[in-house]
Write a protein that binds this ligand. Structure first.
Ligand code: HEC
Length: 195
C-alpha cells in the first residue's frame, strides 16, 4: 500500500516536471492586458523616428546638441579662425553689470578649476595632463591664431568653449548658448588684461 502510494507520487512528480519543461510556454506570454506597456516603441538616442505626436523637442533645461542659433561653425581649425573673424555677440545680448556677474559665476563653476579664478591658468587641477593651461592675459604668441591669449576674439573664445582644444574637453553639453556668451563676455571684460 505504502509502496504504491510512493510509486504514484513519484510518477506524478516526474510527469509534472516533464510537462512544465515542455511545450512553448516561454514564447507565449499568455494574455497581455496592455501590450504597448510591455513592448513600447523604442527610439535610439540619435535616430530619426516617425512616431506621431512625439515632437522631439528637447526637455526643458537640457541643451540640444549641434543646432546653435547664434554660432554655426564646425570644430575644424578653419572654422575656428573664421569664427574669430566673423562671429560676435548675438543681437539680444545685453552687455550689462548683471550679465557680467552671471558670466563670472558661470566661469567660476565651469572654468576656474583649470584656468584659475583670475584667469592666470593656475586652477586647482594640477594633473600633468592639464599642465599647459594658458593664462588669458598671456602675450606669448602661441595660439592657433598665431597670436596670443589676450587677443583672442569672442568667436575664438566661443569656439573653444564649444569644441574644446586638446586636453580641454568640449563644454557644449554643459552650457547653453547664452551661458557661453556670458562667459565669453566675462573673459573679455575682466580676464584678457592689457589689451
Ligand atoms: C579640465 C581643465 C579645463 C577646463 C575645465 C577648461 N579648460 Fe580651457 N583649456 C584647458 C587647457 C589644458 C587648455 C590648453 C589647450 C592647448 O593649448 O592645447 C585650454 C585652453 C583654453 C583656451 C584657449 C584656446 C585657444 O583658442 O587657443 C580658451 C579660450 C579656454 N581654454 C577657455 C575655457 C573656458 C571659457 C572654460 C570654461 C567654460 C574652460 N576653458 C574650461 C583646460 C581646461
Amino acid at each position: 500500500m505504502m509502496k504504491t502510494l510512493l510509486y504514484n507520487i513519484g510518477i506524478f512528480t516526474v510527469l509534472t516536471i516533464f510537462l512544465a519543461c515542455t511545450g512553448n510556454s516561454n514564447n507565449n506570454p499568455g494574455f497581455e492586458y496592455m501590450p504597448d506597456m510591455y513592448r513600447s516603441p523604442s527610439i535610439g538616442a540619435q535616430s530619426d523616428h516617425n512616431i506621431e505626436t512625439y515632437n522631439s523637442k528637447p526637455v526643458v533645461g537640457t541643451v540640444a546638441r549641434g543646432k546653435l542659433s547664434t554660432f554655426n561653425y564646425s570644430s575644424s581649425n578653419e572654422d575656428y579662425l573664421r569664427a574669430g573673424l566673423e562671429s560676435t555677440y548675438p543681437n539680444y545680448f545685453l552687455k550689462s553689470e548683471k550679465t557680467l556677474d552671471q558670466g563670472e559665476s558661470l566661469y567660476g563653476m565651469m572654468c576656474s578649476h583649470c584656468h584659475g579664478i583670475n584667469g592666470d591658468g593656475k586652477g586647482s587641477v594640477d594633473h600633468p595632463v592639464y599642465s599647459a593651461i594658458p593664462s588669458y592675459s598671456d602675450s606669448i604668441q602661441i595660439r592657433r591664431t598665431g597670436g596670443n591669449m589676450r587677443d583672442l576674439k569672442e568667436g575664438h573664445l566661443f569656439h573653444s568653449i564649444t569644441y574644446g582644444l586638446n586636453a580641454m574637453g568640449p563644454h557644449s553639453y554643459l552650457l547653453s548658448e547664452q551661458e557661453r556668451w556670458k562667459i565669453v563676455y566675462y573673459i573679455q571684460e575682466k580676464l584678457q588684461k592689457n589689451k
